[in-house]
Design a protein around this ligand. Structure first.
Ligand SMILES: *Cc1c(COP(=O)(O)O)cnc(C)c1O
Length: 409
């Protein structure tokens, strides 16, 4: 097919040319005296991204799933109890992993389309007077349903019940797109990966571990070896890795972190919010369709899951979009298979790229019989972007102006 594939799945995301170029490197000796410079640039950049001064960022040669496993096996003892809410395929898979690794799992079953049920977390923690729950797990951005949850509020719930459990956060499809604050929110392990907000190929498990979690890891007896935090932190302290790292991916990571820092994290978040607003305008105002996320409080700024009307399969839209228009949309997973399709709006994107995806989704939907008004999504997204600006953008760039705006608002 002529032209480029339009990649709008919520990971892997588009890799900017600048990162592609940065990854084209000759191999080098990862034990050389020069190597620590690269390691340190990555770790320092990750500290800013995770918003931590005391936590230890760790990069494993894995995808995000490996970091889920590392969090559990490093910090817990066999049979320990964990608490997790399940509201989509990713929170499901993490809960499933907990069970398969032999931990006792208390699952807060939550309708797919809603996010973390804070009052039910509170009830479970309050009931747990003996403090048998050792870790509280939350998926910050459920990629399967396009639902974002409030991690800070969960920390406040934990503090309110004075529960000492560790807090583990899956931020795989949030980090570098939606605000995340390791230290301020008292997160013990944050799990992410390279192929979403970091705009890299898959292959790096990117995680961050608090001092409290590292302390727990010192005595936790679950079996682990390749994913041992201690080995990694000790090697990293000298600028090295306990085994051969992926050199191109580390070069790519350094470039990605530089790009995010140059744009400014707050500007990156504002851009995601603003672009997501245009996509939601297309879905809700233009096409008059529904999102899987049932209320605005749950809307994700990185992925929108669009429910199909009765009698239409989301899978048909996806096949049509790909085979006829060379547009890759995200599929409905598990419980919502066929019921929806997803547009990923995370990473290296702007309005015109998203207009291409919206126009392509519109063509594919019309082709398979969805009764939408032709061009209505494109028009609604355009109207949104013409009347909104990434306001925090200017605010972050110039706090003085922002303060004045608040004062006069
Ligand atoms: C993509 C994703 C994962 C899985 O990460 P892999 O890198 O595919 O292992 C986990 N959680 C969420 C929320 C995700 O979006």
């Amino acid at each position: 097919m002529a032209g480029r594939n339009f990649l709008f799945v919520p990971g892997p995301t588009n890799v900017p040319d600048r990162i592609l170029r940065a990854m084209m490197v000759a191999m080098e000796d990862h034990r050389s005296a020069g190597f620590p410079e690269l390691t340190r640039a990555c770790i320092d950049g990750l500290k800013s991204l995770f918003k931590t001064t005391t936590g230890s960022p760790i990069v494993f040669p894995s995808s995000g799933t490996g970091c889920w496993e590392a969090a559990l096996t490093n910090c817990l003892n066999p049979g320990d109890k964990v608490l997790i809410a399940r509201y989509g395929q990713f929170s499901h898979l993490w809960a499933d992993m907990c069970a398969r690794l032999g931990y006792e799992v208390e699952i807060l079953e939550t309708p797919w389309g809603e996010g973390a049920p804070l009052e039910r977390y509170r009830a479970s923690l309050t009931a747990d007077q003996e403090h048998r729950i050792k870790a509280v797990l939350i998926c910050q951005n459920e990629t399967a349903t396009g639902v974002a949850s409030d991690v800070h509020a969960l920390r406040q719930v934990m503090d309110g019940t004075k529960h000492p459990a560790l807090l583990f956060v899956d931020a795989v499809s949030a980090l570098g797109c939606i605000d995340f604050r390791m230290d301020e929110w008292g997160v013990d392990v944050c799990v992410s990966g390279s192929q979403k907000g970091l705009m890299l190929p898959a292959g790096l498990g990117v995680t961050c571990v608090s001092q409290k979690a590292l302390q727990a890891a010192k005595s936790a007896t679950s079996r682990r070896c390749y994913f041992d935090y201690g080995d990694m932190v000790n090697s990293n302290a000298a600028g090295y890795f306990p085994y051969t790292p992926s050199l191109p991916l580390l070069h790519g990571l350094r470039e990605s972190l530089a790009m995010l820092a140059e744009e400014g994290l707050e500007n990156v978040f504002a851009r995601h919010r603003y672009l997501a607003g245009g996509v939601r305008a297309a879905v809700l105002d233009g096409w008059q369709l529904k999102l899987c996320a049932v209320a605005p409080q749950w809307y994700s700024n990185t992925v929108s899951a669009i429910l199909m009307p009765e009698g239409i399969s989301g899978a048909d839209v996806i096949v049509r979009a790909f085979s006829r228009y060379n547009l890759s949309l995200g599929a409905g997973l598990s419980k919502v298979a066929g019921k929806l399709f997803r547009i990923g709006h995370l990473g290296d994107l702007n309005e015109l790229m998203l207009l291409g995806a919206i126009a392509g989704a519109e063509l594919a939907m019309l082709d398979v019989g969805v009764k939408i008004q032709p061009a209505s999504g494109v028009a609604a997204a355009q109207a949104y972007w013409r009347t909104h600006s990434p306001a925090a953008n200017q605010a972050a760039a110039n706090p003085a102006t922002a303060a004045r705006k608040v004062a006069t608002a």
